[in-house]
Design a protein around this ligand. Structure first.
Ligand code: SF4
Ligand code: SF4
Length: 213
């Protein structure tokens, strides 16, 4: 009996993500896992603008194409799971007593912003909260006003208990696809961050010992 190849649970309708899945398999880049989330706090408008320019400055031309492919894969995965997540929210969120959009600590992280910027999207107007402790500024009475592909990834990655129950009641192939897509989006985000945080060749050259004269 042949073993199922890694990544084959990614739906065939997601060609970019499926290709990335075959390339990266299940390895997470350790450098990205240890990466800082320097932007996970409230910003003034001017600080948010500065952060945007600083993140853009770090887009190395050599890695730009690769980063764009990763970001396209992320977007593909997020768009694919949108219908399922919206359906789950429609079934569970109304009347929820522990509204997760009010929870502390939900902010755009570095990978969220790099993913949007490398695809030439405008960033949302600011961080999710004007001040720590306030509810998310993108929450309206009808739910989140941001399209899923522009929300912090945590807002899609997090499935609360009632939503987990809905997922586990789905046919097994869909459960496996959903899990594989989420895991692959996560892996692409880590790769994207690793490329963004990679020291530039100029910095590497400065750090290298000078050749003997
Ligand atoms: S996702 Fe779950 S925890 Fe969050 S508001 Fe909806 S039902 Fe509540
Ligand atoms: S961005 Fe949207 S989904 Fe995420 S916490 Fe804010 S309102 Fe909720």
């Amino acid at each position: 009996m042949s073993r199922r190849k890694k990544g084959t649970h990614i739906p065939a309708t997601l060609p970019i993500l499926a290709k990335l899945s075959h390339e990266y398999g299940h390895e997470d880049p350790t450098s990205a896992q240890n990466g800082s989330d320097s932007c996970k706090h409230p910003f003034t408008v001017a600080q948010w603008r500065d952060l945007t320019s600083k993140l853009k400055e770090n887009f190395s031309q050599t890695d730009r194409e690769r980063m764009q492919t990763l970001a396209l894969g992320i977007r593909e995965g997020l768009l694919w799971c949108d219908e399922t997540m919206d359906r789950y929210c429609g079934l569970t969120c109304h009347g929820c007593r522990d509204f997760c959009c009010d929870a502390d600590g939900i902010y755009f992280d570095d990978a969220d912003l790099i993913y949007l910027l490398i695809l030439d999207n405008d960033l949302p107007a600011n961080q999710t909260r004007a001040k720590a402790g306030l509810a998310c500024r993108y929450l309206s009475i009808t739910g989140c006003i941001l399209p899923r592909m522009c929300r912090p990834f945590i807002c899609t990655w997090y499935l609360c208990e009632p939503q987990m129950e809905l997922l586990t009641a789905e046919p097994l192939p869909l459960q496996k696809q959903f899990t594989a897509v989420m895991q692959m989006v996560r892996r692409c985000r880590q790769q994207l961050l690793a490329l963004h945080n990679k020291p530039s060749p100029a910095i590497k050259n400065l750090a290298a010992p000078l050749p003997c004269q």
